[in-house]
Design a protein around this ligand. Structure first.
Ligand code: SF4
Ligand code: SF4
Length: 229
């Protein structure tokens, strides 16, 4: 049995009602070790679920405001609730990037949409630039009528100036990787207000996908979560 394209489109529509986007998918190779599906058998395929720009934000805010008390990790909780509901309706097992042990979401995402990492580590999307994210995945015990894409353009290859490596006041991103503690100390410190209120200056310096850039309040929300505030 194969999950038909028409069914995949119906799943995409169900996710889109919450501002979420179906972010491609693929069939696992026969010899690949895979997580379990809904019934406990090996998953044979995966559909990635995420966002393009800040589309889920109003849906998330409505949900958050309707909660009777403060919810820990609210965006993760909302994502699990919504994606879990869709999984339930379509016979899939929902998994999250925050599940432990970690699942290989970055590798899955690269296979599902043919993306590669930017110098910031975030995958570079040809349309959304750096303004997208993955919120979960649906695991199926059947194959799906989707295949791994080939030949997707990687914009960083032709970006000569790489402004994303030149805008951070403490040069947290470099060829050596990401200096997490340096970034965290700056974001928490007195001079970190621009990062706290408007988001990462390096990420905002990328010239691609600007139509999908998260509004400042969304970036501030993510920065507060990063800084533990
Ligand atoms: S600024 Fe250039 S190198 Fe950096 S993420 Fe954007 S396209 Fe890639
Ligand atoms: S959040 Fe601020 S300190 Fe951290 S990498 Fe981005 S610009 Fe640098």
């Amino acid at each position: 049995m194969i999950l038909a394209r028409s069914m995949i489109e119906t799943i995409a529509a169900a996710l889109s009602a919450h501002g979420l986007t179906l972010r491609g998918g693929f069939n696992f190779a026969g010899d690949e070790e895979t997580p379990s599906g809904l019934s406990g058998g090996a998953a044979r395929s995966v559909l990635l679920v995420g966002q393009a720009g800040a589309a889920p934000w109003p849906h998330f805010l409505r949900w958050k405001e309707s909660q009777l008390q403060a919810v820990a990790n609210p965006l993760d909780t909302w994502s699990r609730e919504v994606i879990g509901g869709v999984a339930n309706d379509f016979g899939a097992r929902a998994v999250s990037p925050s599940d432990r042990p970690y699942l290989p979401f970055q590798q899955w995402a690269m296979r599902a949409e043919g993306l590669r990492p930017s110098p910031l580590g975030i995958l570079m999307h040809p349309q959304y630039g750096l303004w997208h994210a993955y919120r979960g995945a649906l695991l199926f015990e059947v194959e799906i009528a989707l295949h791994e894409p080939r030949g997707v353009i990687h914009l960083c290859d032709t970006c000569v100036d790489k402004p994303c490596l030149k805008s951070c006041p403490v040069s947290a991103y470099s060829a050596d990787g990401f200096a997490y503690e340096t970034c965290l100390a700056h974001v928490r410190g007195q001079s970190g207000a621009p990062c706290r209120t408007g988001g990462c200056l390096d990420r905002n310096a990328c010239p691609y996908g600007v139509d999908y850039r998260y509004p400042p309040q969304v970036q501030a929300f993510h920065m507060a979560a990063f800084a533990g505030r």
